[in-house]
Design a protein around this ligand. Structure first.
Ligand SMILES: [Zn+2]
Ligand SMILES: [Zn+2]
Length: 463
């Protein structure tokens, strides 16, 4: 099957660049009507292409080797199918954008052929295209007055350039080739094939005058690219080299202007803002940023259904947490090794009380003193100075301190328990001033203690 247009010099083929241009196979049906149509088509084609009797015969026998692109058919010679595809009207013949560069003779003959064919002449005369062919274009371009544009005419193309100092590469470069197809380059960046400037005029200067095309290009705004400081693999740095003013001192031995663009940047834009394709990248980035600041993934969320970016973030977060915890652990281990005792902060203290509380409720075997002791500890925890201790606690502490003062000191300084200082204990201890011989105050105290007691309970010894 043919993949390119049968007309010599026509660039249209089945590639992405021309995906919007339809290619029509030569009519296939075998009846008198179609044979006649085919013959007319082959006759036109043979004016531009060397075709021997054999190849003519092949076409006549419905070889699927010949295709014509839509650029050679007037709009009224085409119609849309139910599926929205373009198709040729019956008996339609190529009448426009025919190759003209080859020889002069066929051109004259072509006109005769068209007249010979059954194309409506009046309709043909209403069809308007601005340039007949490349020679016509070259001739007419030289008389054009284009202020800001430099024109370079060569054998097979015409180039129009417009500069905007200090940029060294032209701001606009428009190349028109022999087939009158035009290509636009902005600061060295090829305008995408699906740009409306191409679509609107079928990428041919037959459908627009040069001055109009150049004016249209100049009217559009340059997409400034993604100016936010974002990193994305979809962005390309479009660098425009600039000229250097020898009177000025620069930090670098060269000067450039850079634009961060989407690979599909439209470059020229009707609105004076970022183009839609660059905008997409910006939006995608904002979305990712949003996801980054987003709360962690729920533990029950299946990972297969979670956005990979979010999983990565989650993993990073987890790693950080693990590292923090490990550091804490090492720090604690070192502290334990060094001090052999640990200072308990308020939070941990509360936890201990909570555990004791829970236990005191669940364990009926807990002694009344233990209960009292913990209740007291809870009461005085974190109060600092000016604490009033329960007499039972004082008694317990006096007993402890009298057995081993250093053990008591260590227990107290460990801060696991809040205990009265030894000074406080001394005050209690010396409530009765110790003297030699019988002390009336001690006798009074003994009477007070012994009164509620009975029988042998009252027996005691003085040391
Ligand atoms: Zn073609
Ligand atoms: Zn853009």
């Amino acid at each position: 099957m043919a993949t390119n247009c049968a007309f010599p010099g026509c660039p249209v083929q089945r590639i992405a660049k021309y995906k919007d241009v339809s290619l029509f196979k030569i009519p296939q049906r075998k009846n008198e009507f179609y044979s006649k149509w085919r013959k007319n088509l082959v006759d036109i084609l043979s004016q531009y292409r060397v075709m021997d009797t054999k190849s003519k015969q092949q076409v006549m026998e419905c070889e699927k080797t010949i295709c014509f692109c839509e650029r050679h058919f007037a709009p009224e010679d085409m119609e849309l199918t139910k599926n929205g595809h373009k198709t040729l009207r019956l008996e339609a013949l190529p009448t426009i954008n025919l190759p003209t560069k080859s020889q002069d003779k066929p051109i004259i003959e072509r006109r005769q052929i068209i007249r010979q064919s059954e194309v409506n002449d009046t309709m043909n005369s209403t069809r308007k295209y601005y340039y007949e062919n490349f020679t016509d274009l070259c001739k007419r371009v030289t008389s054009l007055k284009l202020n800001d544009w430099h024109i370079y005419v060569s054998d097979n193309n015409i180039i129009f350039k417009m500069f905007s100092p200090p940029c060294i590469v032209p701001q606009f470069k428009v190349t028109v080739d022999e087939s009158l197809e035009f290509t636009i380059v902005i600061f060295g960046w090829l305008l995408p094939d699906d740009h409306m400037l191409y679509k609107k005029h079928y990428r041919s200067v037959r459908n627009i005058t040069i001055s109009e095309l150049l004016k249209n290009i100049k009217c559009l705004n340059l997409c400034p690219g993604v100016y936010d400081d974002i990193k994305s693999k979809d962005l390309i740095l479009h660098v425009v080299p600039c000229d250097i003013d020898t009177q000025v001192e620069y930090d670098l031995p060269f000067q450039t202007i850079g634009y961060e663009r989407s690979k599909n940047c439209l470059v020229l834009n009707e609105e004076d803002s970022i183009c839609s394709n660059c905008e997409k990248i910006l939006q995608k980035h904002t979305k990712v940023q949003k996801a980054k600041s987003y709360s962690p993934v729920h533990p029950n969320t299946p990972l297969s259904k979670t956005n990979p970016e979010r999983i990565i973030m989650e993993l990073k977060e987890q790693r950080k947490e693990v590292k923090d915890l490990q550091n804490k652990l090492i720090k604690m281990e070192n502290e334990i090794k060094l001090n052999s005792s640990v200072i308990v902060d308020e939070e941990l203290g509360q936890d201990i009380f909570k555990i004791m509380d829970d236990n005191s409720e669940s364990m009926s075997s807990i002694s009344p003193f233990m209960k009292l002791f913990w209740e007291q500890q809870k009461k005085i925890f974190g109060k600092g100075t000016g604490v009033r201790y329960h007499p039972m606690i004082i008694r317990f502490c006096l007993s402890l301190a009298s057995k081993s003062a250093s053990t008591y000191d260590e227990l107290r300084s460990s801060n696991i328990l809040t205990l009265p200082s030894r000074r406080t204990l001394r005050d209690y201890k010396n409530a009765v001033k110790p003297e030699a011989g019988f002390n009336p105050e001690v006798i009074q105290e003994l009477i007070k203690v012994a009164t509620p007691l009975e029988g042998h309970q009252r027996c005691g010894t003085f040391i």
